[in-house]
Design a protein around this ligand. Structure first.
Ligand code: FES
Length: 313
């Protein structure tokens, strides 16, 4: 399905930095259905941005709107700020839903969210509950007043839901979370630090990797010390990748065809071979051994430690 011409039909401010937006097709027709964990890509002036779909109810076979929840990242690359500037009636173009983070509805689950990474897990909890499946839902953040829907989640799921606030007695304890996993599947969504820590803890706890599912939820942002670098592709053309732009951004601007999806470094679709140079890996796809080998990289988020990378593109 091609792009959908839509319109913003509802904006609700949840906290200072978090808003919920509901979009519908301009002509009001039914939208493609979706399953928990799915996201939609929005075309914004700053580029495409993906946001998970959120529903507190069963997803209809013919939905007429999609809800997303966006946290404004003031140091990001402008996507969340553009979404926060949207008002009811504004036009917006978006893709059909895609799902790289599907929940398995016939297996028990532990859901672990960090910050705004809670959004796909809300829909997962709804799907698991409707399937009559046992689950636990852990939601970690700085404090309840900067988190999305803490009261609603607590009232919906009672003892199955735990809010973890930094510095409080209830602060996230990964050992304890892992102790609930047993034979369940673990779904983790949040910033890189949480994903790395949870994956490492799951490994040492002996949870097989096929039962650990994760999605990175972090705005790609410029890091201190970033510099421009060059990328050479197979036809010999050399492109400069400036600070604040990804390799994909620059190649696309120059009509070089590249495959990608998440643009967050967690799906692996944009991976390409590195023929020369040293990548600066910023994804969560590669293992330590693959990073150290340095012969592949995710070109949506990773940069370079050397002045030039020669890529098999
Ligand atoms: S597009 Fe998903 S890892 Fe790069």
């Amino acid at each position: 399905m091609g792009k959908i011409s839509g319109v913003v039909i509802e904006v609700t401010r949840l906290t200072d930095r978090i808003s919920s937006l509901v979009v519908a097709a301009t002509d009001g027709v039914a939208l493609p259905t979706w399953e928990a964990g799915a996201h939609v890509e929005f075309d914004l002036a700053v580029g495409a941005r993906a946001y998970s779909l959120v529903s507190f109810d069963a997803v209809l076979k013919t939905p007429t709107s999609y809800r997303i929840v966006v946290q404004r990242e003031d140091n990001g690359q402008g996507g969340s700020q553009a979404m926060h500037a949207m008002q009811v009636g504004d036009p917006i173009t978006f893709s059909a839903p895609k799902n790289d983070f599907a929940v398995i509805p016939d297996a028990p689950a532990v859901l672990l969210a960090g910050g705004i990474g809670v959004t796909p897990l809300i829909s997962m909890a709804v799907a698991l509950e409707r399937a009559g499946q046992e689950f636990r839902f852990h939601y970690s953040g700085r404090s309840a007043d900067v988190m999305a829907y803490p009261a609603e989640l607590s009232s919906n799921w009672g003892d199955a839901f735990t809010l973890h606030c930094d510095g409080a007695e209830t602060a996230l304890d990964l050992d304890r979370v892992m102790s609930f996993v047993g034979s369940a599947h673990l779904y983790v969504c949040g910033p890189r630090g949480l994903l790395d820590a949870a994956r490492a803890k799951a490994e040492t706890t002996g949870i097989p990797s096929e039962r650990v599912h994760f999605e990175l939820f972090e705005a790609a942002s410029t890091q201190g010390g970033d510099t421009a670098f060059e990328v050479q592709i197979n036809d010999g053309t050399v492109y400069t990748i400036p600070i604040g732009q990804s390799i994909i951004d620059v190649l696309e601007e120059n009509d070089v065809d590249v495959m990608y999806d998440c643009q967050r470094g967690d799906c692996g679709i944009c991976q390409c071979d590195v023929l020369e140079g040293t990548p600066d890996h910023r994804d969560v796809v590669l293992s330590k051994a693959e990073r150290d080998a340095g012969d592949v990289m995710q070109i949506c988020v990773s940069r370079a430690k050397s002045a030039r990378l020669v890529l098999d593109i």
